[in-house]
Design a protein around this ligand. Structure first.
Ligand SMILES: [Zn+2]
Length: 267
């Protein structure tokens, strides 16, 4: 947002009495995050995620529309195949219809996500062409969907910067494929490997483990062992907590927390 109204706190509550800042701050920081997920991002998170925000705003310009979904309302997204058949997706179990549609397309290999140039790009297949006419949502996308569709390169319907009902809980399920190392790297960290690695170390490692991330091969290496999945890697090696969510999904939750502090209030 160009008129960023949120003050950036230099320290979180209860962090001031630390004698060993790195370790203590990490533990307290996660507790603060989980207890109060809509807290404003600190300067570190700002550095990590603000580029995603800028990237999307630059792409959309001033074309954001109001978001006015009533809590009982549920959006619908339709995908259309080359042969003409249409499948409709409804928001289910808090997974927004857009994410349900993406999940279906990825799981059935109708689209693939790849890291190329400065973006993650979405590629069609012999049965599906990525085109706005083949991916339609009846209502304006919420802010989360707007940002994620944009960062992934999916066609946008009507974008908004609105928080969805219950976004305060950061409950926004995404397809598991979005937790692959190179997708997280490309979408959330705008291909800044230093930021990506420092984020992982700060949140998940107590010691300064030598983490090498080969995003070209989509692998993470530590001490010579390869882990393709980000979550497998973090489960096997990380000591940080991510409470009730998978560890790679926790990274997305940090992004949702960042979005929450910057999107328009819930109606
Ligand atoms: Zn949404």
């Amino acid at each position: 947002m160009s008129d960023n109204p949120d003050p950036v706190p230099s320290k979180r509550e209860n962090e001031t009495d630390s004698e060993q800042p790195p370790k203590r701050q990490r533990v307290l920081r996660e507790k603060t995050f989980l207890k109060n997920p809509a807290s404003p991002p600190n300067a570190v998170e700002d550095a990590e995620f603000s580029r995603c925000f800028e990237k999307v705003e630059n792409k959309i310009g001033k074309n954001f529309k109001p978001y006015d979904m009533k809590s009982a309302q549920s959006a619908q997204t339709s995908i259309k195949y080359k042969k003409g058949d249409v499948i409709k997706f409804q928001t289910r179990a808090q997974k927004h219809s857009e994410m349900c549609a993406i999940e279906h397309l990825i799981a059935n290999k109708h689209v693939t996500l790849t890291l190329s140039g400065s973006d993650v790009t979405v590629n069609g297949s012999e049965v599906y062409t990525v085109d706005p006419a083949n991916f339609e949502t009846e209502q304006p996308h919420c802010g989360y969907c707007t940002f994620i569709l944009c960062l992934l390169g999916f066609p946008l319907g009507t974008p908004s910067q609105g928080k969805f009902n219950q976004s305060i809980n950061l409950s926004y399920p995404i397809p598991k494929e979005l937790c692959e190392p190179n997708i997280v790297y490309g979408t959330l960290f705008c291909k800044d490997l230093t930021l990506f690695v420092s984020f992982i170390k700060r949140h998940f490692f107590n010691n300064d483990v030598d983490v090498n991330i080969d995003v070209t091969g989509n692998n993470i290496t530590v001490n010579g062992a390869d882990f393709r999945k980000l979550d497998d890697f973090l489960k096997d090696h990380a000591t940080g907590q991510s409470a009730t969510t998978s560890r790679s999904y926790f990274i997305w939750k940090c992004f949702f927390n960042y979005l929450n502090a910057r999107l328009n209030p819930e109606k």
